[in-house]
Structures are given as structure tokens and as C-alpha cells.
Design a protein around this ligand. Structure first.
Ligand SMILES: [Zn+2]
Length: 283
């Protein structure tokens, strides 16, 4: 045996020290297998299910079979179908419940983004490698971004997705944060029907405004009601803007600003957007 290797085999039958060590090891309690912690992600808002606030989800590594299913969804050329399939394939549990399509659809948009980051981490690890051109000196930069570096905005009230917005003339609106399903439907309709921003806003409001309460306390249901869209069209511009602003303000999840990268050559700082294609190496 190579004396310099530092590895010395000791036969436990002939070496009393080794035998004692083995006995001691056997007397120690069996180490419990570590529960996998990598695949647990903390949601920025979470859900309230049967009165319980659920703040964690479990993601898993994607396999070749998942990749096939996801690429099949990508063929439909609808990004929202692609993301939904990715989430269904890569999310195992929300709280202690199996992550069904229905539960995933109930998550606010920012929590779905957090799951995407978690699935990416479980599949390819935390590091993203980019090549970009420095805006300062025009040199090509190879940069590595850790997904952990992306700032996450968390909800001050976990599990709470509804809020009240005061509108003009003593009216209040009961509103809920934008869920995955809302985003999917609005994105699909905007594309398929070529909606303008104002038209898409009407659709988003019709889905997120639960009800309007007048100054005398009369309640008008909105979301899910046949007149939801016309109610949002009748609403004054200032009131619509107030609700849309509040939806934006309450947005949680990964920061969309991007991760700041400083060029080693010239010191110029620019922000790198973490795109879905970059996350999953699909270009
Ligand atoms: Zn530079």
C-alpha cells in the first residue's frame, strides 16, 4: 500500500483498536436518515386551507419523463400551459397535501414563481451561468448568479390573500391577490383575443374583485358573477387604478428587478433578469 496515500486499511479481526471502534459505532444509535430539506420551499404568501395557514411546499427534481411532458406542453406555444405543466410536474406537496392542479391554481402568482425557482434548484442546482455583454465596456462577461441571491418579497400577513380597497363615494371593494389561474386566463385571452391593456385590466379586475360594498352597506358580488366584466367597465377610472395599484403593491415573490452584476473590467453595474428559459435551459 502506498504509504503516502494517507489511507490505511486496518483489518478489524487483527487490529484491536479497529474492533473497539466498530463496537463503539454499533452501540451508537443508528443515525436517522436526514429528511431532505433542499426540496422544501417557503412560500411568500401561502394559502389558508381549512383555517390553517400553509406556508411551505415541496418540490422535486424533474426527470426525462417530465421534460417530455413539458416539451409537449411547450409545443402548444402557450407559455401559461408550459408553466402549469412545469409546476404540476415539479411540485409534490403544498403543505401536507398533494399538489393538485387546483391547489397550484389557488397560489398567488409570486408563490408560483418561488416554486419555479425551487424546481430549478432541485433539478439543476442553485447556480445559473449566463453570458452577457457589459453595457459599459462591451466586453463579454461570463457571470454566475446564485438563485439564493434573488431577493424575495414576503407577505406581511401569510396565508391572507384578500384585502379591502376604499374607493370613491364611500364604496369599498373586497379584492383578492392575483392567482395563477387569473394570470393564465388573462394572458391567454390577451393573446387569443388581442386585448388592449385596458381590456385585459377589465378581465383581471372581474376575476380579482370579489364584491363591492356601497355606502349603505349593500353588497354587489363581482367575481364569478355573470355581470362581473360589465361591472368593472362601469367603474370609474380612478377606482380601477386604485385597485390595480393595490394589486401591484401587494405583489410578493421573487424580485423582478433582476440581480445586480458588476463588471470586473470596468465596474459598470447592470441587472440580470432571471428568465424562465434561462432557469430551465430551454432556449
Ligand atoms: Zn465592463
Amino acid at each position: 500500500m502506498d504509504q503516502n496515500s494517507g489511507i490505511h486499511y486496518r483489518n478489524p479481526v487483527t487490529d484491536p483498536t479497529a474492533a473497539a471502534e466498530i463496537r463503539r459505532a454499533l452501540e451508537d444509535p443508528m443515525p436517522q436518515p436526514e429528511p431532505p430539506t433542499d426540496d422544501v420551499v417557503e412560500l411568500a404568501c401561502g394559502l389558508t386551507l381549512d383555517g390553517q395557514v400553509v406556508r411551505t411546499a415541496r418540490v422535486r427534481e424533474l426527470t426525462g419523463a417530465d421534460e417530455e411532458a413539458i416539451s409537449r406542453a411547450a409545443l402548444s406555444s402557450a407559455p401559461e400551459a408550459f408553466v402549469s405543466t412545469l409546476l404540476e410536474r415539479g411540485t409534490a406537496f403544498i403543505g401536507d397535501r398533494p399538489a393538485t392542479q387546483d391547489l397550484l391554481n389557488q397560489l398567488v402568482v409570486g408563490d408560483r414563481d418561488i416554486l419555479l425557482l425551487g424546481i430549478r434548484k432541485a433539478t439543476y442546482g442553485d447556480k445559473l451561468t449566463y453570458e452577457l455583454t457589459c453595457q459599459g465596456c462591451k466586453q463579454k462577461l461570463g457571470v454566475t448568479v446564485g438563485l439564493e441571491e434573488i431577493p424575495i418579497t414576503k407577505s406581511p400577513e401569510p396565508g391572507v390573500t384578500e384585502f379591502v380597497v376604499s374607493l370613491r363615494r364611500g364604496v369599498t371593494a373586497q379584492v383578492r391577490m392575483i392567482r395563477g389561474k387569473d394570470q393564465n386566463e388573462v394572458v391567454a385571452a390577451t393573446r387569443d383575443k388581442d386585448l388592449t391593456v385596458a381590456e385585459a385590466d377589465t378581465l383581471l379586475l372581474a376575476r380579482t374583485v370579489i364584491s363591492l360594498t356601497g355606502p349603505t352597506g349593500n353588497v354587489r358580488p363581482v367575481a364569478g358573477h355573470p355581470t362581473a366584466e360589465s361591472a368593472m367597465r362601469e367603474m370609474g377610472l380612478a377606482d380601477r387604478a386604485a385597485i390595480l395599484d393595490e394589486l401591484r403593491t401587494r405583489r410578493v415573490g421573487p424580485d423582478e428587478e433582476g440581480v445586480p452584476i458588476t463588471c470586473a473590467g470596468c465596474g459598470h453595474e447592470q441587472k440580470v433578469q432571471v428568465t424562465l428559459a434561462a432557469l430551465f435551459r430551454w432556449n
